[in-house]
Design a protein around this ligand. Structure first.
Ligand code: SER
Length: 881
């Protein structure tokens, strides 16, 4: 099997399925269109509506390398060879087109003929009663019966979630060999250890599981396959874990350099650099897709990953911000094909930098508290820190447990880990109970009852920002109470309110409720039971009781920013229709003070030119400064006027219509500016695909748009300083520089090769004759495997039968490359066995085929000794034949 780079495997896969008439899509966003999941967890997610048959596919065959994030097992990431948060899934999809008969032989052909995996190492698993899959594996592919293993639902039935498209699947397993086995006597196909590695999952999407858990056959039979690029690369590159592939290794090396460790030196150090390498990729991609740190949802995952990476850095003694130092390596590895990384580089840098600094301060505070606590306990003669204290630090300061352990052990104090884990478990339970309660209270009986007694909350906020109103209900943890006091986290229902409850994509308002004897800060506003506006917040002083008259005041500045973004969304919607066509329909939106997001149907990426046209139209309309008109009318009448409406939205008899005279009319309950000029300025930040046939535009208006323009201007000025000349010339200049770098790299590689080829003659002269075979060995410093192979090729061309074994050493490690020609192999030489044996001397391992092989070693000082052993190994091999 040929050694291939990760990026080449990605291309090989996509090109293969293009050959099979599939359309290649760029990866869709990590933020899915599907609201039931936080992240895109598989290649099929963006195609879900096609599988379900609720949207008509524009193509019948597709292929992608999809950015994915999985967060179900974060704590395991770094501890195993295979767990990741961010990974790339190679996938191909058939929407009612090809099925088992085609995909089974294709997958086999791809793996064995294109990639070159040894067929004797491959197995297939199938679902218990899937005789059809068995038939194609056995008859079309020719896989023997003992290599087709039937497994149950856990292994061979795949579903995107508890509800949704699903079906039986067939997994292709690669046997990595006994050295990867867990050693259990029953280790076989299906074992979760690393020996029988699942490399490709072929899902036969045939069902939709409904809320009741029933499997309803889908209108068509579909194919969804997924293969982890990192995993495939590890097999092809013959390394022990994904982290040693070329997709990760430069990051691992960088993390080692930052922390002064070397990979392979200690398990603790290895764990830390793996965590850091995994998480920094995830951070860059998440931020590039528009995720920002937050205390819930996706933003919380981002925050958690950043903190986990920082804290593993600390464990290695890195106590300065370091994540940004890894970013250039992420860019080098991934910016092609994921251009969004470069496009959002400035944002990625500033978000990581701010968040890392913030967490650094938290850690400092926590350390001081912990050290004081430990000291006072020691003074009292105690030698253990209760798990509860460690938990409190974790819970209040985000102070990681491992760090607590570390600081305590420096002081000779132990920490009760069992107790800590128990507290964690309890907290998780509380959180689960709370979120269940929250979900159920908003739609559940309490608010339904309140809504029956109180009727609807009157919304006063279209034309005012402040109102006096009566407190109608107070709720704490899902139970109605009559009064609340300082410190309480509460939900408040008023008779009328200027606060907008989150709906129709527009986020809820924030502000304060001022009562005669207390004050509540409102952090969010939502709608419950369809009719009640619920203010969520905290009592910051005094008490508030049902019946109190309060002044409800919204955060006006925030509201103004929301209004600008909301009206800008309407302008954008109409501009998109004008530029792209009448097929454009709104598929979702988010209107917040920081930005707007608009999802819409369109089947191709929107080009830069089209985006510019859209921006021009929107900004021209802003400059028109038209007054907005708001009208209440019947749904029929509104439709007659050509008002845009969401097709799956339910509207009442009377509807609210927002018109921008001469431009657009749309049904909408949200808050808007008075005249378009109030928006100030509009700028698109990003355009991306989030599902098949659905695009997303993220844009800013008002001050955030001004800030964006200033940021860009700053970058341009900096480039002016560095590149000189006219900004119009920047692209050409950068291209010229890139060409030059490529050229220089090539020249450098050639020069290096020339220098090393000069050694060919002396290496050949110093050959030894072992049983009629010329054995040539040599030691090289600071070269890569490519160069070693090129020099080896020259020697192979000059001698026969021949075995070449080279060691390439750096300060930290040694790489052995062995090459034998066919004549030597016939005499019993096996390059794989040679490197396997000699690399052990240098503290490493590896192997390969008889003709070519490579292996690593951790001890460069032993390289000479290992080379000296070649002769004996060859003698043994030849005599054993
Ligand atoms: N959806 C399947 C998986 O994630 C195959 O793509 O394994």
């Amino acid at each position: 099997m040929q050694w291939r780079k990760g990026r080449d495997l990605r291309e090989l896969f996509l090109a293969y399925f293009e050959e099979k008439n599939s359309v290649r899509y760029p990866s869709f966003s990590l933020i899915p269109e599907d609201p039931t999941i936080l992240f895109t967890i598989a290649g099929m997610v963006p195609f879900k509506p096609f599988f379900l048959g609720i949207r008509r596919p524009e193509v019948l065959r597709a292929t992608t390398s999809q950015k994915c994030i999985r967060t179900n097992d974060i704590d395991n990431v770094g501890r195993t060879a295979r767990h990741h948060t961010f990974f790339e899934m190679l996938g191909n999809f058939s929407f009612g087109d090809y099925f088992k008969k085609e995909i089974i032989p294709w997958s086999w052909e791809f793996l064995t003929e294109r990639v070159g995996l040894d067929p004797n190492r491959l197995y297939a698993t199938i679902y218990l009663d899937d005789d059809e899959a068995f038939h194609f594996w056995h008859t079309s592919v020719g896989l023997s019966k003992d290599r087709i293993v039937r497994l149950g639902e856990d292994d061979n039935f795949w579903a995107v979630g508890p509800v949704g498209p699903c079906g039986p699947c067939s997994e292709i397993i690669y046997d990595q060999g006994p050295e990867f086995s867990c050693g259990r006597p029953d280790c076989a196909v299906g074992c979760s250890c690393d020996r029988y590695l699942e490399i490709w999952n072929l899902v036969f999407m045939q069902f939709n599981r409904n809320e009741a858990g029933e499997l309803i056959p889908l209108p068509k039979q579909n194919i969804d396959t997924g293969m982890g690029l990192e995993r495939l690369s590890s097999v092809v590159q013959r390394v022990k874990s994904d982290f040693e592939t070329d997709l990760f290794k430069p990051l691992i090396d960088k993390a080692c350099a930052i922390s002064g460790t070397s990979y392979g030196a200690t398990p603790r150090g290895d764990l830390a650099v793996r965590v850091i390498s995994d998480h920094v990729r995830a951070l860059a991609f998440m931020i590039a897709d528009g995720i920002l740190p937050a205390n819930e949802g996706r933003g919380y995952v981002l925050r958690r990953l950043l903190r986990r990476a920082v804290r593993f850095g600390r464990l290695l003694g890195v106590d300065r911000p370091f994540l940004l130092d890894l970013l250039p390596t992420v860019m080098e590895l991934m910016a092609d094909p994921y251009g969004e990384l470069l496009a959002n580089r400035a944002t990625i840098e500033s978000v990581i930098s701010l968040e890392e600094q913030k967490f650094g301060r938290t850690l400092e505070q926590g350390s001081i508290l912990l050290e004081t606590e430990v000291r006072s306990r020691k003074a009292r003669g105690e030698t253990a820190l209760p798990g509860g204290v460690a938990f409190e630090l974790y819970d209040t300061y985000g102070f990681p447990f491992e760090l607590t352990q570390e600081i305590c052990s420096e002081q000779g104090v132990s920490v009760d880990e069992g107790e800590f884990r128990e507290e964690m478990r309890k907290q998780k339970e509380r959180a689960r109970a709370a979120s269940k309660q929250l979900a159920s209270t908003l739609s559940g009986t309490l608010y339904t009852e309140l809504s029956e007694t109180l009727g609807s909350t009157v919304f006063d906020g279209y034309d005012r920002t402040e109102a006096t109103s009566e407190v109608k209900a107070l709720v704490i943890e899902g139970a109605a109470v009559t009064s609340v006091e300082e410190g309480d986290v509460v939900e408040v229902v008023l008779a009328r309110t200027p606060f907008y409850g989150e709906r129709g994509g527009q986020v809820g308002d924030r502000g304060v409720l001022e009562g005669p004897s207390g004050r509540i800060v409102v952090e969010d506003t939502v709608i419950a039971a369809g009719t009640l506006t619920v203010h969520r917040g905290r009592v910051v002083s005094g008490t508030v009781s049902v019946g109190d008259s309060v002044t409800a005041r919204i955060d006006v500045e925030r509201r103004t920013a929301i209004r600008r973004h909301h009206t800008a969304t309407h302008l954008l919607h109409e501009a998109l229709i004008r530029v792209l066509g009448e097929h454009v329909r709104q598929a979702g939106s988010l209107v917040s003070p920081e930005l707007l997001r608009f999802d819409f149907t369109h089947f191709a990426p929107v080009t830069l030119r089209e985006l510019e046209r859209v921006e021009r139209i929107v900004n021209a309309q802003i400059l028109e400064n038209e007054d907005l008109r708001v009208a209440h009318t019947t749904l029929d009448e509104a439709k007659k006027q050509g008002a845009k409406a969401l097709f799956d939205e339910k509207y009442g008899e009377e509807v609210r219509v927002i018109s921008i005279p001469g431009f657009s009319t749309e049904l909408c309950g949200g808050v808007h500016v008075d005249a378009t000029g109030d928006i100030g300025f509009f700028k698109i930040l990003r355009e991306e695909g989030i599902g098949a046939g659905v695009r997303r535009i993220t844009a800013v208006a008002g001050m955030p748009a001004v800030e964006q323009a200033l940021d860009t201007a700053r970058v341009v000025s900096e480039l002016e300083l560095r590149l000189g000349g006219d900004p119009d010339q920047f692209v050409a200049k950068v291209e010229a520089l890139q060409d030059e770098v490529k050229h220089l790299q090539k020249a450098l590689a050639e020069e290096r090769l020339r220098v090393h080829l000069a050694r060919v003659e002396s290496l050949v002269a110093a050959r030894r004759d072992v049983a009629g075979i010329s054995v040539v060995t040599g030691l090289f410093r600071n070269v890569d495997d490519q160069l070693l192979r090129s020099v080896g090729d020259r020697i192979k061309a000059a001698l026969s039968p021949v075995l070449v074994v080279f060691a390439g050493v750096t300060e930290e490690k040694v790489l052995f490359v062995a090459m034998a020609d066919d004549a030597a192999v016939q005499k019993g030489v096996h390059a794989g066995n040679v490197v396997r044996d000699i690399s052990r001397i240098a503290g490493g391992g590896g192997g390969g085929r008889a003709q070519t092989a490579q292996a690593g070693g951790k001890d460069p000082a032993k390289a000479e000794e290992a080379l000296a052993a070649v002769q004996a190994v060859v003698e043994k091999l030849v005599s054993g034949k």
